[in-house]
Design a binder for this molecule. Structure first.
Ligand code: AMP
Length: 485
């Protein structure tokens, strides 16, 4: 006997089902709406763990053996003609590539290099990278003549399991940065899956970072990208306390977003570099001819207020090294922060300031550093920065997690020969800053979307985790370091 339901019978049943569904949904999304979205009740660590988890290491042997894998690397190395002057980025790409090779995949690494204007230019060829990569991999790594097209597809088809080729510069096509769908399709066509290991370009929604995830599944992070996320995002959100940030560099205007984000999360924020003087001016002190951004005095005041309400201690230098001109051979003297003479400019922290910073840092379990303490390019004003680097190396040894978040602080740590003494040195400039600012990187959001989650979901999770307003995924930003763009 077939039981049929009339509309009259069905309506109350539907109403009950709807009420039940709404009840369950409401249970999972009970908290207050943030900017129109309802906060999902997710565990605080969810976003971080998930982002770090979707790495190439989570794929099974069967998912990799014999598979054609497109890997987006950051091989955008500085070149002097055809000579690579710093191969850090190539070395950083090796672990993921080697892993895939060892798992028997057919691996094609792609990257941009420089800023070709209109089509292929020999000076931006990835040939020197293929050559250097061969040395690190221990076997010949061929360079494909292009990154798309029949010839490339045939090359990939003919590859042995467990071998690697490098595709030619993706930015030989304008469609790459425009994330043009037809180009994306061509780029993805020969492959089975995608691995993004290019942290330095993860803040760009380009064809080879974001576009291809729409066509290749699974799309996962490589080890380098996963490590960057784990440290730069994970340590800030879930790092052991006390948590300190050192924010230096030249200007408040270029660091205010990161400063605000860090003030909200950290127990203490140490301010260094040129921006010190805008803060001192905001507190009403005379700063001589030091760098002051008049337009940002109110911003500095607001940052101090934010620190008060966020229970974050702001540390400004007690004394400074002042100079009579901005030059390596300037006359110098050490003065208290409130006694900068007219006509003199602060270019580094003084010894008292450094001592206080060192003591504050020694109490911490997690420290993130972005921006030098002074004009470290001149020897006379480098001590404040190098002393901080040394203290970070020292506290790393005793269990503090130290993260050098990109930019000039990385250069300073490298110059001080202390890079291998830190817990993590970020390989991205603009991307590191954006991650520290709490932004969602399109390259990362795309991986999540490709494996079931969405960018909006990630935004919501982050907002929930941080207990604050969400920060939207964003478009292009002019990064601090041109080479990241
Ligand atoms: P940023 O790119 O914003 O991290 O700034 C880094 C630059 O800030 C370095 O080139 C430093 O020389 C510069 N800098 C650091 N301290 C000062 C200062 N007190 N006055 C002017 N520039 C500074």
């Amino acid at each position: 006997e077939i039981y049929t339901l009339s509309l009259h019978d069905a309506l109350p049943i539907c109403a009950v089902i709807l009420l039940l569904a709404f009840g369950l949904g409401a249970n999972a999304f009970t908290q207050a709406p943030i900017n129109g979205w309802t906060k999902p009740r997710v565990a605080q660590k969810a976003a971080v763990t998930m982002m770090a988890k979707k790495s190439v290491g989570d794929l099974s042997d069967a998912e990799l053996k014999g598979k054609k894998v497109l890997v987006r690397c950051d091989l955008n190395v500085p070149l002097d003609g055809k000579t690579i002057s710093d191969d850090t980025r190539i070395r950083a790409s090796v672990p993921t590539l080697k892993y895939l090779i060892e798992k028997g995949a057919k691996v094609a690494a792609c990257s941009h290099l420089g800023r070709p204007k209109d089509g292929p230019e020999d000076k931006f060829s990835l040939a020197p990278c293929a050559e250097r990569m061969s040395e690190y991999i221990g076997s010949e790594v061929k360079l494909a003549p292009d990154c798309v097209g029949d010839e490339v597809a045939a090359m990939i088809e003919g590859m042995d399991d467990g071998s690697l080729i490098i595709l030619e510069n993706t930015r030989f096509y304008k469609e790459e940065t425009k994330n043009e769908p037809e180009f994306v399709k061509k780029l993805a066509a020969p492959f089975d899956l995608f691995v993004n290991d290019a942290f330095g370009t993860a803040h760009r929604a380009h064809a080879s970072t974001e576009g291809v995830t729409k066509y290749l599944s699974p799309s996962v992070s490589g080890f380098l990208l996963a490590k960057e996320l784990e440290f730069l995002d994970g340590a800030i959100a879930d790092g052991e306390k006390p948590l300190a940030a050192i924010v230096g560099g030249s200007k408040v205007s270029s660091k205010i977003t990161v400063l605000e984000a860090l003030i909200k999360k950290c127990d203490k924020v140490i301010i260094g570099g040129g921006m010190v003087f805008t803060f001192l001016a905001a507190r009403g002190y005379g700063v001589g001819s030091s760098l002051v951004e008049e337009d940002f005095i109110e911003t500095a005041k607001a940052a101090e207020k934010l620190a008060e309400t966020s229970n974050c201690k702001i540390i400004l230098p007690k004394d400074v090294i002042v100079a009579d001109k901005f030059a390596a051979d300037a006359n110098t003297q050490v003065v208290a922060f409130d006694a900068i003479p007219d006509g003199w400019m602060g270019l580094d922290n003084g010894p008292e300031a450094t001592k206080e910073i060192q003591e504050e840092l020694r109490e911490c379990k997690t420290v993130v550093w972005n921006g030098p303490m002074g004009v470290f390019e001149f020897e006379a004003f480098a001590k404040g920065t190098f002393d901080v680097a040394e203290t970070l190396a020292e506290i790393t040894e005793t269990g503090c997690v130290t993260i050098i978040g990109g930019g000039d602080s990385v250069a300073a740590v490298e110059k001080a020969n202390l890079a291998d003494k830190m817990s993590h040195i970020s390989t991205g400039g603009g991307a590191s800053l954006e991650l520290l600012e709490g932004k969602i990187l399109p390259g990362v959001a795309a991986l999540r979307r490709a494996s079931g989650g969405g960018a909006q979901e990630l935004v919501r999770e982050r907002a929930e985790r941080d207990g604050q307003d969400q920060v939207q995924p964003r478009g292009a930003r002019h990064g601090v370091h041109g080479e990241d763009l």
